[in-house]
Design a protein around this ligand. Structure first.
Ligand code: AMP
Length: 546
């Protein structure tokens, strides 16, 4: 090794081990998140062998949080946020109070101080953004009423934690007797609220005009590279600026940047451009959590650990469930919201780290918080499945429909056609589809408008490369599959699984290069239509026309 490269070593080790463990998890049919966490334990300081740089890993994980929150913001309008405020604000506050009280109770039993108990309880009360979003995304539930309540709830929790993080050093000073002036505490609280409000106002008044306009300008340069850079600069720049100037969390800053862009026409492209980076960094987040875990805590403090996990998984969910039901929402909504919040994550680690650093939280409390986080994150997919059922993958159109029981999509008729992709090509095909047979459209992106599945058209939101989605489109009974997506490689994968599920299906695919045509034909497409050839043919025919 020519020189010391801790950053490269950390990224490479985290991604490679996460890949191996993720693949193993996939093979064993458990959530890949479990694999990523385990990868973190492997490269962490508490197991033998290579040890990655934990501080760098945490910092990298923050980028994952930023990109994820930016993505949520893109799909989340201010209207959505305000529409759930009536339940999200009191719900989150009551849940924080309840969980903090439970944590305080446990802390007192363990003989810690009241302040330590309060910090411990607060750390148990706030859920992880990444875990919540992954769970909702796996079920295409981010845009449903339940999803909006859960995300709104989380944002309120985030805001409360921003306040807590700022207040903690002052509280520590009070406890340690360094500061005795209670007026100073109140003053700091007001300053924090003022800063958060200032940031939000700046984003809504100035950012709302400047950011979309800038992005439109970049889009018109026609450079994809510049567009990608612009989107990343906005997400990371606003998040960082918000944290540096206004002491707002990265997550909150990124969320607002996304929300402001979400109103613009370009939001879908912006979301697509950040997707690959977002996934990679979300994995780094889980690995970095795994790295913090010291397995010894399980042996040394088994009962406090059981109590901590019980507070996170049962205490918090019960409170959330009761609140959502009290607001008159159906059982399904209450179960989704409480299952989403039955875990803890990044904010808890930050609080625990700060608390121990300031000397107001005993180190064993930090270990319990970390172990509780790992166990609750591991358990979350199972809890979700128990509470809400396996990922249904089906979503309602229009997506802003009020809380309704899962939509019952019309059953496709025998011999229906499946159309994958509802973009420039798919829309035209759907518009021209006048046959009596049914057309089932599979589209990966959730679109805000024009997808009223009227007549013989129905929609499924999901990635057709997932065989479960093809099965949902009842491929076994379909007679034709139209692959109207631009990516030849992905279309090939879909064609292969479609063939495996229904050998006799007729597959018509779209391509944009000779290589794609050859590949698609090789993997079983019956007809491949290459855009460029068709354009040329039409031009030639116009030339020949009199
Ligand atoms: P266009 O290039 O404008 O025709 O858009 C292609 C459309 O296909 C976009 O709306 C994508 O979201 C969608 N798409 C791409 N890949 C998939 C996939 N694997 N499953 C479902 N939809 C997809």
């Amino acid at each position: 090794m020519p020189h010391h490269t801790p950053l490269i070593a950390t990224i490479v080790a985290a991604l490679v081990v996460a890949f191996v463990m993720g693949a193993l998890a996939h093979r064993l049919r458990v959530s890949p998140v479990a694999g990523y966490l385990f990868a973190g334990v492997i490269i962490g300081p508490f197991t033998p062998g290579f040890v990655a740089d934990a501080e760098l890993a945490i910092e990298l994980a923050e980028i994952g949080v930023i990109l994820l929150m930016f993505g949520v913001g893109l799909h989340f309008s201010l209207k959505d946020l305000l529409s759930v405020r009536r339940i999200a604000v009191p719900g989150a506050l009551a849940q924080i109070a309840g969980a903090t009280a439970l944590g305080l109770g446990l802390a007192l039993l363990l003989g810690w101080s009241v302040v330590a108990g309060l910090v411990f309880g607060l750390a148990l009360s706030v859920a992880s953004t990444v875990v919540l979003l992954r769970a909702l995304q796996a079920r295409d539930a981010v845009k449903t009423e339940r999803g909006k309540i859960a995300v709104g709830w989380l944002i309120v929790e985030d805001l409360a934690m921003v306040l807590a993080l700022v207040m903690l050093p002052v509280v520590a000073d009070l406890v340690n007797g360094t500061v005795t002036d209670r007026g100073a505490v109140l003053c700091l609280l007001l300053v924090t609220i003022f800063k958060v409000a200032g940031f939000i106002a700046l984003m809504l008044i100035v950012g709302k005009r400047v950011i979309p306009a800038g992005l439109h300008w970049v889009a018109h340069t026609g450079s994809r590279e510049l567009f990608r850079l612009a989107v990343l600069s906005i997400a990371l720049g606003v998040a960082f600026g918000a944290a540096a100037l206004f002491d707002v969390s990265f997550a909150l800053g990124a969320f607002f940047a996304g929300m402001i862009l979400g109103e613009s026409q370009l939001s879908r492209r912006a979301a697509e451009e950040t997707l690959p980076l977002r996934d990679a960094f979300a994995v780094l987040f889980f690995v970095s959590v795994g790295m913090l875990f010291d397995p010894a805590v399980v042996v040394e403090q088994p009962w406090p650990l059981v109590a901590t996990v019980a507070i996170i998984i049962f205490g918090k969910s019960l409170i959330a469930f009761l609140i959502v039901r009290a607001f008159g929402h159906p059982n399904e909504t209450a179960l989704t919201v409480s299952a989403s919040l039955a875990q803890i994550g990044e904010f808890s680690f930050i609080l625990a780290g700060l608390g121990t650093g300031l000397g107001i939280l005993p180190p064993e409390a930090r270990d319990l918080i970390l172990a509780g986080a790992i166990l609750s994150i591991l358990a979350n997919p199972f809890i979700f499945s128990l509470a809400v059922g396996r990922a249904p993958k089906r979503s309602a159109f229009p997506t802003s429909a009020p809380a309704a029981p899962s939509p019952t999509p019309s059953t496709p008729a025998e011999g229906h056609t499946i159309l994958v992709g509802f973009g420039r090509v798919g829309r035209l095909v759907a518009a021209a589809h006048k046959g009596s047979d049914k057309l089932v459209v599979i589209e990966a992106q959730s679109g805000p408008t024009q997808r009223d599945g009227s007549g013989n058209l129905s929609f499924i939101e999901g990635n057709a490369a997932d065989p479960a989605v093809l099965e949902q489109a009842e491929i076994g009974r379909a007679s034709r599959l139209l692959l109207a997506i631009p990516g030849g490689f992905e279309a090939g994968a879909i064609a292969q699984s479609a063939r495996a599920l229904k050998p006799s299906i007729q597959i018509i695919a779209r391509a944009h290069s000779d290589d794609d045509v050859a590949y698609l034909e090789r993997v079983g497409a019956d007809h491949v239509i290459m855009g460029e050839r068709e354009i040329a043919a039409r031009m030639v025919s116009l030339l020949k026309a009199p």
